[in-house]
Design a protein around this ligand. Structure first.
Ligand code: DAH
Length: 340
């Protein structure tokens, strides 16, 4: 009987190792462990044996049964995994599209290209990006920036009024005030965004356009820091040969203030069509943050100084790409956009 058991064990394990489907596995189980299974019959016939032999053979037979059962569940798991893998393979959807069906590739708008370049340059210099709302409080757009109610420079920044106190911001400069109210120095931010003016659209004006504001506030900040920063920015933006020139100007929120010109990237300063014979191109406004602006936002003007600048994004794009009319930037004409 012992021999018979060993034979059953050998055969069963062999069959199990070759089993390749749930059905075959079930057949093997019934064949050995079912009511009339080979092993079951052996177990049933134990009664005919002597007590001692019955114990020994019974133990063996139970061991074999456990072994076969364990092997069956192992095999079941294996088959389940294979089944799942096959299912995944067969249900895989090919989401690729043949290249010939693509009519046109999308790409960045020229204004986005400029935004991203400027952001990258300033992030590289350790600046963070700050944001403010396009629908802004009039006092943050003007009063906080040393431009009280009757200040003449409000005229050139006339914008759209929602109420007397709420407007579409005319510049990104209110983000200076918002940042200083929320954050203690050192502050080093740029604020890119959309701004509005009640201008009629023409080749160089639009009621909606884009700016990037810059603000640095810390101890011992001087005009030299402003100049070095803008020089670095201009070289990265327009090429390593670029020189900058600071011309005195007036902005209410900076003192002293300047406008910044870059040497023409087209002719290198000799004078050409791009720079209208000047050799220089104006690119931004800047200056040392006015003490009144610091105080309005709760910064100690005795302890801290800062510089600020404001860049017109359309202007940079127009210079860089030789765009003659600002309106092209908003018309979404594919013939224009495909040039970039
Ligand atoms: N906000 C100004 C404008 O829209 C631009 C500007 C000039 C911003 C000088 C500044 C600055 O931060 O210092 O015309």
């Amino acid at each position: 009987m012992q021999e018979k058991l060993l034979k059953i064990k050998k055969e069963a394990l062999e069959k199990l190792s070759n089993a390749n489907s749930k059905e075959v596995l079930e057949e093997i189980r019934v064949g050995y462990l079912g009511k009339k299974g080979e092993l079951t019959l052996q177990l049933k016939s134990l009664g005919a044996l002597e007590v001692e032999e019955r114990k020994e053979v019974g133990k063996k037979a139970n061991e074999i049964r456990n072994m076969i059962e364990a092997e069956i569940s192992k095999k079941q798991e294996e088959l389940k995994t294979i089944e799942i893998e096959n299912k995944i393979k067969s249900e895989k959807i090919d989401i690729s599209m043949s290249k010939s069906n693509i009519q046109a590739y999308g790409h960045k708008h020229p204004l986005s290209i400029v935004f991203d370049e400027v952001k990258e340059i300033f992030i590289g210099m350790g600046y963070s990006i700050a944001e403010g709302p396009e629908v802004e409080f009039a006092n943050l757009n003007f009063d906080a920036l040393n431009t009280p109610k009757d200040h003449p420079s409000r005229d050139s920044q006339d914008t759209f009024y929602i109420t007397d106190d709420i407007i579409l911001r005319s510049q990104t400069s209110p983000v200076q005030a918002r940042t200083m109210m929320q954050q203690k120095p050192p502050i080093k931010i740029i604020a890119p965004g959309r701004v509005y003016r009640s201008d009629t659209a023409d080749a160089t004006h639009s009621p909606m356009f884009h700016q990037i504001e810059g603000l640095v506030v810390d101890k011992h900040i001087s005009m030299a820091d402003l100049k070095g920063t803008l020089e670095m920015f201009s070289k990265k933006m327009f090429g390593p040969e670029t020189k900058i020139k600071l011309r005195p100007h007036h902005f209410p929120f900076t003192e002293p203030s300047c406008e910044v010109d870059v040497s023409c990237f087209m002719c290198g300063g000799k004078g050409c069509r791009v720079c209208k014979g000047e050799g220089w191109i104006e690119i931004l406004g800047a200056g040392m943050v006015h003490p009144n602006v610091l105080s309005y936002s709760g910064i100690d003007k005795e302890e801290y100084q800062g510089f600020a600048f404001g860049v017109g994004v359309e202007r940079i794009a127009m210079i860089k790409y030789g765009i003659s009319d600002m309106r092209y930037l908003y018309e979404n004409d594919q013939r224009f956009l495909n040039e970039f």
